[in-house]
Design a protein around this ligand. Structure first.
Ligand SMILES: [Zn+2]
Length: 309
């Protein structure tokens, strides 16, 4: 018997149940007909929703010019993210991995939220005053949702601007620039740049009294598991939501692939806002194709039925 984590088991159970007739099946689209791209229909569903879960992925960050270091051309020096964002790479060469993250932090200080981030944050703030809830579940580690003003935020992959001590596990916000003196001016991404080879004692260190352990970025690396407490919280939100938006990621790509089918299986409307449709899109209620900075603001703007006190 395979022991899956609780959330995965529930997901599997719910996806399987979604294929059988059941009390919640009436509104589930089993015909695999095209999802609606009718904004007026989406706005009708939006106007009734009391608890909206927004799942966001790399596409939202990309529209702010944030490099992902994935895919063609996505290199830092000779490497892509999957070669540097691992516990093994950090154990082998913490100086190189810190140079990579120092560079990413410095880049982020020049980037701003785009209209998609802003539309989500404004919607949350407006709906809060009406006793309605918006929660954002993101894989992005750049804090652009936070910068835009989103408060109900689950950063399931952590943040570039938090560190974790490898000795005492203390997690701290960290917006220092540079993150430590030895990294000042380091981290240039060009392929011909040589590693700075910073001694480990000069890399970012823990400031807890009596610790001074080596710090690492508090992000989830390839091969690491997500925080189970955080996932439990996300699970609760997904169980309660009555509308789900998938923004800047397709529904076959993590994290939407993990969460959105679970919501759709309850008969809750799921709306995708991204650059492409996939076979998974066909299981959802709405799909709006294009840059989410363009498609999302009109979708989340104030509805005529909203009463603002
Ligand atoms: Zn420590």
């Amino acid at each position: 018997m395979i022991f899956l984590p609780l959330h995965t088991r529930r997901l599997v159970i719910q996806v399987c149940c979604g294929l059988k007739a059941g009390p919640h099946q009436k509104s589930v689209n089993l015909e695999m007909s095209r999802p609606s791209s009718n904004l007026a229909e989406f706005r009708e569903a939006f106007s009734k929703a009391k608890h909206i879960a927004v799942i966001t992925g790399a596409g939202v960050s990309a529209e702010s010019g944030v490099p992902t270091f994935r895919g063609a051309g996505g290199y830092w020096r000779k490497w892509q993210a999957q070669h540097l964002a691992t516990p093994e790479a950090f154990a082998r060469n913490p100086s190189r991995v810190w140079e990579f993250y120092h560079y990413r932090r410095e880049v982020m200080m020049t980037k701003s939220p785009n209209p998609a981030h802003v539309a989500i944050a404004e919607c949350e703030s407006r709906l809060r005053k009406q006793g309605r809830k918006v929660v954002v579940i993101t894989q992005n580690i750049d804090e652009l949702h936070r910068k835009a003003g989103t408060r109900n935020l689950f950063e399931i992959h952590g943040s570039l601007f938090r560190t974790r001590c490898t000795t005492c596990s203390s997690v701290k916000e960290n917006y220092k620039s540079p993150v430590c003196p030895a990294l000042e001016g380091k981290g240039a991404p060009d392929p011909e740049v040589q590693d700075a080879v910073i001694p480990v004692q000069d890399l970012p260190r823990c400031e807890e009294i009596g610790c001074s352990g080596l710090l690492r970025p508090n992000v989830v690396w390839f091969g690491e598991t997500l925080d189970s407490n955080l996932l439990g919280e996300v699970e609760k939100e997904l169980e309660m939501c009555d509308l789900c938006l998938v923004v800047g990621t397709s529904s076959v790509v993590y994290p939407a692939a993990m969460f959105a089918p679970q919501v759709a299986a309850r008969g809750v409307p799921v709306a995708e806002f991204n650059m492409e449709s996939t076979p998974a899109t066909m299981g959802f209620t709405f799909h709006f194709q294009g840059p989410c900075g363009t498609t999302l603001p009109p979708a989340l703007a104030r509805h005529e039925t909203e009463i603002i006190s």
